[in-house]
Design a protein around this ligand. Structure first.
Ligand code: IPT
Length: 990
């Protein structure tokens, strides 16, 4: 028998967005529903038309088959199983929209029995499939029931006429991976196939709430619009709705009924009712104090009995664009945002409540207050959590046609799909206070299809602004494009500032993507925030992105670990025998490599160092020095005081002392400042002095237990005194070998000049690493020119030859008390106009595992990413110093290091226990177990073989990180220029 769903070939008909699917709505049916999650019978076909009838395996629902090795797991990689593939912009196949490969189109067939409870007799029975990609075909007992596209939103099908209460039915969900819809789901993440969110079955009374739309304003005005339907068609007489808001009874609005009754256009067939109220002394919702109210809406039959219930948690708040400001409850709020995908290293796209909560809790702890749901509506629970924990959400429709953007934006065959996707998102999410802006999608050029979708949103929900980067690109101030926000991506900061200062700005400027977090990145984030906070018209942006999308993979057979592999990793690193897979690791022919690893957290959610930078930039309380007599404390929040915070002062002195004193945080309203006296008397001696306010949560919060660190603003109280003549020279002998290399019992490799760092992703993709390789900086050839003894000092002149230039390097070794002073000078030729670093590198004996330093820390920091690392006395094991970026690269650096010791924590009494280095001024230092060449050669972290000793870099100058893998490079002030560089340091044995 021919199946009409297959005959129609909906996977190549963009005009067909659904068939038999019910309209989207905001009634939450999760409570009381029967879950159909679990193992389903499963077959993976090569194409949608291929015969079903082979052997069934099982697949977990929700889940993607690409992560489950579903099919025959013992086949060679990619032979009969379908594995994840990572491509950013390019489509994975050559077919032009709307077509996809005819013969090679993995199609998953999921089947299971469902028992329909006998007590559902007479009720409306609905199947809800949370999400399936990219085309879902539904059959029940062999009968075609429906079709749905739009991979990140639920589809509902009315089964009332298909199943029989008290009987068993077979549900088949056929999921076709490639389709016309794939061309508008060309987002930058892994391609998967499967059912990614829960499947439910529920029943309602024939008389039911088809939709509920809540508008709750900051002044307490509440409007609830209910759409009522009856499965039988005509509505019964006398139905009505009621509501309850945290115990406050709400009734149906008679004025609305009257107006409807008098309006001849309104039929009795479509049930519309309104509840209107004004809530006195309303507690408004905002991201800092996300006050929610419990709302229950009831639909009654004429006799008062309840036919249907819809429960919501709502927030009273306003959002509007006034001039060039985005206002929440009248306040111009900063958007400290991040782009977030639904991602998990074991399940691909399926994320649990606990996962999502953990994401948002982490973001809260690191100062984020906004999320862009890149690039599709996220799991519905995400929005509940955003409401509850306090996030501003830019809700983005599932439209990205990147590879064929220009063709599709005006293609009328895709018109319906654009409007469908945007409208379904709005219909689902409109009641969330967290959602403050709708986004029409991502990277899809700009065309009539967007304007059509924008028109729908503006009519349906005039309460929120709308944004679309592709439209804003036509002109940040252009009133005629479908974007109320100027929301560029990766715009140079100077362009943003210039726009804000031009006098022509008409819309808030909030970058939808900026500060690309690939590898060791996010340089200049603090410069961005300094400009944002200093420039009216700039309001923030969304960092790209939250996750490094590394998939946990077994190294021996290349398979994804899949569900149940939890606990195999921690601290950002996959356990031995596993690795974080990125593009190409599943044998994909076409892929975009490590570009998928560009988040602020590792795949196990371990925060990368940039998170600490961000936390400090978002500090709710700031400190500055007031005429050296006192301190200015300020409240940098928008809505609340400092009462939820507790502080402690910490004074770090260069002589090694750290003094503390309790802090009394003043009672400050948002934006207010107060002058407080210095909390500690500054000791007359002790040298350089830094005062830090360690701010923690004063009580348990939904997102942080009491005592969680919130920020640590710092002021310099006293600069280092000039060192006089330095360490007195003592008589003694410095040993160098015939090559002029220092001989020292603690060093296994003598200090030499280094101009190379293992390229960061920014260095590689920004083209810098290529230039450095062309100049030969990765393989400089050292030649000693002269060795000269002058009294106790030895001067070594050497030349380091690259392919295009020669660097002259001088080292003067002078014995000082207990050690050796090394004065260095390097002269870079003009052609080495922009290098990674200029400094010394040496290697130590094994066993020196503890680094203690006075400088910035404790986390990794670089010249253009050092705002979140306060100066103080820090200590970490050498292994902890290293940041395990997925693709090994320069890492583990610490900025502003004044001195350090490297010691053996458990040294015996024989021989030296370590070494101490004092630097002439604060310098960039790194101590790792890897040479730059080790890091450069490895493609994954698990390929690195730690050396027994330490590799120590002391840099006279170190280039900033920037964000050139996608976006602007670092600023000129963070570049390492050619010419003469000087630096000195002293090496002592402990
Ligand atoms: C931009 C995309 O919107 C985002 O999905 C991601 O790919 C990001 O860049 C880079 O990781 S598109 C880019 C070509 C500007």
């Amino acid at each position: 028998m021919t199946d009409p769903l297959l005959t129609l070939r909906p996977w190549e008909s963009p005009e067909v967005t659904s068939w038999g699917r019910m309209p989207m709505n905001a009634v939450d049916r999760r409570t009381g529903a029967h879950s159909l999650d679990g193992d389903w019978r499963f077959q993976l076909l090569t194409a949608p038309g291929a015969p079903v009838g082979g052997a069934w395996s099982t697949a977990a629902v929700p889940g993607v088959w690409t992560m489950q090795n579903a099919g025959k797991a013992d086949d060679p990689l990619r032979a009969t199983v379908d594995l994840p593939q990572y491509l950013n912009i390019r489509m994975p196949y050559a077919e032009f929209p709307p077509l996809s490969p005819v013969d090679d189109n993995p199609t998953g067939v999921y089947e299971r029995e469902i028992d329909i409870p006998a007590e559902w007799a007479g009720r409306r029975i609905v199947l809800q499939v949370g999400a399936a990609e990219s085309v879902l075909l539904v059959h029940v007992d062999g009968r075609p029931v429906g079709v749905s596209k739009d991979s990140h939103l639920a589809a509902e099908f009315d089964l009332s006429d298909v199943v029989r209460p008290g009987e068993r039915s077979t549900v088949r969900l056929t999921v076709v991976k490639w389709s016309d819809a794939s061309h508008i789901e060309d987002q930058d993440h892994w391609w998967h196939g499967g059912i990614t969110r829960s499947v439910l079955l529920y029943a309602t009374d024939p008389l039911y709430l088809a939709d509920v739309t809540v508008r709750a304003r900051a002044d307490g005005e509440l409007r609830i619009d209910c759409l009522v339907r009856d499965a039988g068609g005509a509505l019964p007489e006398g139905w009505y709705v009621s509501g309850e808001l945290d115990g406050l009874a709400l009734t149906q609005d008679a004025a609305f009924d009257l107006a409807n009754a008098e309006d001849e256009r309104v039929s009795d067939f479509l049930g519309e009712a309104r509840i209107a109220a004004r809530v006195p002394e309303v507690r408004t919702w905002n991201a800092e104090t996300p006050e929610l109210y419990g709302l229950t809406v009831r639909l009654h039959r004429a006799d008062g009995t309840v036919a249907d219930i819809s429960r919501h948690r709502i927030g009273f708040r306003d959002v509007e664009v006034v001039g060039r400001d985005l206002l929440v409850n009248g306040e111009r709020v900063y958007i400290r945002g991040v782009n977030r995908h639904d991602f998990h290293p074991l399940t691909g796209r399926t994320v649990s409540y606990d996962d999502m909560r953990a994401d948002l809790v982490l973001l809260k702890r690191f100062g984020f207050n906004a999320i862009r749901t890149a690039h599709y509506p996220n799991d519905p629970t995400l929005y509940d959590l955003a409401d509850e924990l306090g996030f501003y959400v830019v809700d983005e429709a599932d439209i990205e046609s990147h590879d064929h953007a220009h063709e599709i934006a005006d293609d009328p065959r895709y018109l319906n799909a654009f409007v469908d996707r945007v409208s379904r998102m709005v219909l689902r999410d409109k009641n969330h206070p967290s959602v403050i802006i709708w986004s029409l999608g991502n990277e899809s050029d700009y065309g009539a299809n967007h304007d059509a979708a924008a028109g729908w949103v503006r009519r349906h929900d005039p309460t929120r602004p709308l944004q679309y980067e592709g439209a804003a690109k036509r002109g940040w101030a252009d009133p005629d494009v479908a974007s109320d926000i100027a929301c560029p991506m990766y715009a140079p900061l100077e362009d943003c500032v210039a726009h804000a200062l031009s006098g022509e700005q008409t819309k808030p400027l909030i970058q939808c993507e900026y500060s690309h977090a690939m590898g060791n990145s996010n340089g200049t984030l603090s410069d961005h925030w300094a400009a944002i906070e200093a420039t009216p018209g700039l309001q923030g942006g969304f960092i790209w992105e939250f996750w490094d999308h590394g998939i946990l993979q077994r190294v021996n057979d290349g398979r994804p670990v899949g569900r149940g592999g939890a606990g195999l990793y921690g601290n950002g690193v996959a356990a031995p025998g596993y690795r974080w897979a990125y593009g190409g690791d599943f044998g994909e022919k076409d892929h975009d490599g490590a570009f998928i690893a560009d988040g602020v957290v590792f795949p196990d959610r371990t925060p990368k160092p940039v998170m600490y930078e961000h936390r400090e930039l978002a500090a709710p309380v700031r400190v500055s020095l007031f005429r050296h007599e006192g301190l200015v404390l300020s409240n940098h929040q928008h809505f609340r005081g400092l009462e939820w915070l507790r502080g402690e002062w910490e004074l770090a002195l260069a002589d090694g002392r750290t003094l503390t004193a309790p802090a009394q945080l003043p009672d400050l309203r948002p934006g207010e400042t107060a002058v407080v006296p210095l909390p500690l008397e500054l000791p007359a001696d002790g040298g350089e002095a830094w005062l830090t306010l360690r701010v923690t949560t004063a009580e348990d919060l939904a997102w942080a237990p009491r005592g969680t660190e919130v920020c640590a603003p710092q002021v310099l109280l006293r600069t280092a005194s000039a060192d006089g003549d330095g360490d007195p020279v003592v008589s003694g002998r410095v040993e160098v070998d015939d090559d002029g290399l220092l001989v020292h019992p603690l060093l296994t490799a003598a200090p030499t000049l280094s101009l190379w760092r293992a390229p960061t992703d920014n260095d590689e993709l920004g083209g810098m690493a290529l230039r450095w390789r062309t100049w030969g900086l990765d393989s400089l050839v050292r030649k000693v020119v002269s060795i000269h003894r002058d009294g106790a000092s030895v001067t070594v002149l050497a030349e380091y030859a690259g392919t295009t230039g020669v660097v002259r390097h001088r080292q003067v070794f002078t014995p000082v008390e207990d050690g050796i002073r090394v004065d260095e000078q390097a002269e870079l030729p003009e052609e080495f106009e922009d290098v990674a670093r200029v400094g010394s590198v040496f290697e130590t004996v094994a066993g020196l595992d503890l680094l203690e330093w006075f400088g910035q820390g404790p986390w990794e920091s670089y010249p253009d990413r050092s705002g979140g690392a306060p100066v103080g006395h820090h200590a970490l094991s050498v292994d902890e110093l290293f940041t395990p970026y997925l693709r090994p690269q320069e890492s583990g650096g610490r900025h502003g290091v004044r001195r350090f010791t490297l010691s053996a924590p458990e040294a015996d009494d024989l021989g030296p226990t370590g070494l101490a280095v004092t630097l002439d001024e604060p310098r960039q230092v790194s101590v790792t177990r890897y040479r730059a060449e080790d890091l450069t050669a490895a493609a994954h972290h698990d390929e690195l073989v730690p050396r027994a000793g330490c590799v120590v870099h002391l840099d006279a100058a170190h280039r900033g990180l920037g964000t050139a893998s996608c976006g602007p490079d670092t600023f000129a002030s963070y570049l390492v220029a050619p010419g003469v560089h000087h630096w000195s340091w002293t090496l002592r044995a402990l």
